[in-house]
Design a protein around this ligand. Structure first.
Ligand SMILES: Cc1ncc(COP(=O)(O)O)c(C=O)c1O
Length: 373
């Protein structure tokens, strides 16, 4: 059997189990993107990019940050982001995936323990796979389970640092971590706390700083703010104490051995941070949409979230994909989410609320859901 035969066999297996994925052109009303504040196509971001181009900001960085790729736009963004989020240092990376891969593979050292919520994102798992430290998962949103995992490790002779990893808002469930409890646990056990704010950045907190807003700036907290979701751009910011930044610059393989992100994108993200501050109406309108969707979904007897991420768990993969297709046929871009993205038996419709839709779109979607469920 050739290598390609092996790949084909795997694809056939995915097909038979109803898990094969296909790329499809984007169509229908947007209930699928993470462009929560509707910034991706906004006039202000377009103008910021046009203005940056006009003043000579290059499209490409031309190299890694440690070679000739370190543009003033990168440093400007990192300074502004550190000030905006209230942390000592910031590093801008090409994506949240890359940032998580870097974080877990670079900061925890041999002899440390990564203690992570069992539902952390695939990109965190990527970093954990590359990490020098051992890792152990704990039951979703259960600080007590995390505490017990750390205690067991200490009893077995673990001497290094524990790194507790959570998301402030879970991407496929729309529920929040009990951050204050995890911060207490980190304090009590001398652990570092890593908070992935991919879906909370721009949406929650003062000026959209996220749910970990009160923790940014603490010596033992590192947060990840992605720029491709509510910020409407691309890339990610790691925020933490100054030595974190220095260490990443010196030891972060994904930082050192990769072409720096486009300086134009850095200029766009700076503008997004300004929009977060200047245009609170975007968050207000988004939360009003969320409230409307919650009331309507609850009317169908469905559980809801107070975030822009609503899930309708159907369990069965094929049933979920059929429900998504039925909504798409009616003009609503709702996607079915299957394992391995979510645990087996919890396939679901993921309804994402953004400023790319109106209140009447939300009402119409809930009406369509009522018909098909
Ligand atoms: C929780 C979480 N972390 C990290 C990422 C990766 O971020 P990016 O899309 O910028 O690569 C995602 C993306 O979906 C995510 O949901």
């Amino acid at each position: 059997m050739t290598a390609l035969d092996t790949l084909q066999r795997d694809l056939d297996m995915l097909e038979r189990s109803g898990r094969r994925r296909d790329l499809v052109p984007v169509q229908g009303r947007d209930f699928a993107s993470n462009d929560y504040l509707g910034l991706a196509g906004s006039t202000r971001l377009r103008e910021a990019v046009a203005e940056a181009l006009a003043r000579g900001v290059p499209v490409g960085s031309g190299g890694s940050r440690l070679l000739r790729g370190n543009a003033p736009e990168h440093e400007r963004l990192e300074d502004e982001a550190a000030r905006f989020f209230g942390s000592e240092g910031a590093v801008f990376l090409g994506s949240g995936y890359c940032a998580n891969a870097l974080l877990f593979s670079t900061l925890p050292q041999r002899g440390d323990l990564i203690v992570h919520d069992e539902l952390v994102h695939a990109s965190a798992h990527e970093g954990i796979r590359l990490a020098r430290a051992d890792a152990v998962g704990f039951a979703h949103n259960d600080p007590q389970a995390a505490a017990e995992a750390i205690a067991r490790w200490r009893q077995a002779g673990g001497r290094g640092t524990a790194w507790i990893a959570v998301e402030s808002l879970y991407s496929m469930d729309g529920d929040r971590a009990p951050l204050a409890d995890f911060a207490d646990l980190a304090e009590r056990t001398g652990a570092m706390l890593l908070v992935d704010e991919a879906h909370a950045t721009g949406v929650f907190g003062r000026d959209g700083r996220g749910l970990a807003g009160g923790l940014d700036g603490a010596e033992n907290v590192i947060t990840l703010k992605t720029c491709g979701k509510a910020l409407g751009c691309e890339g990610a910011l790691l925020l933490g104490p100054a030595p974190m930044r220095e260490f990443i610059v010196n030891r972060g393989r994904q930082f050192i051995f990769s072409t720096a992100p486009s300086p134009l994108m850095a200029a766009a993200v700076r503008e997004s941070l300004r929009i977060l501050r200047d245009e609170p109406w975007r968050r207000e309108r988004l939360h009003a949409l969320v409230g409307r969707a919650q009331a309507a979904l609850a009317g169908l007897g469905l559980e809801t979230s107070d975030s822009p991420i609503q899930r309708v768990v159907l369990g069965d993969d094929r049933k979920t994909m059929a429900a998504a297709a039925a909504l798409q046929d009616r003009g609503f871009d709702v996607r079915g989410i299957r394992p391995p993205t979510v645990p087996v038996g919890t396939a679901r419709l993921r309804i994402s609320l953004t400023l790319n839709v109106t209140e009447s779109d939300v009402d119409a979607l809930v009406g369509a859901l009522e018909e098909i469920l």
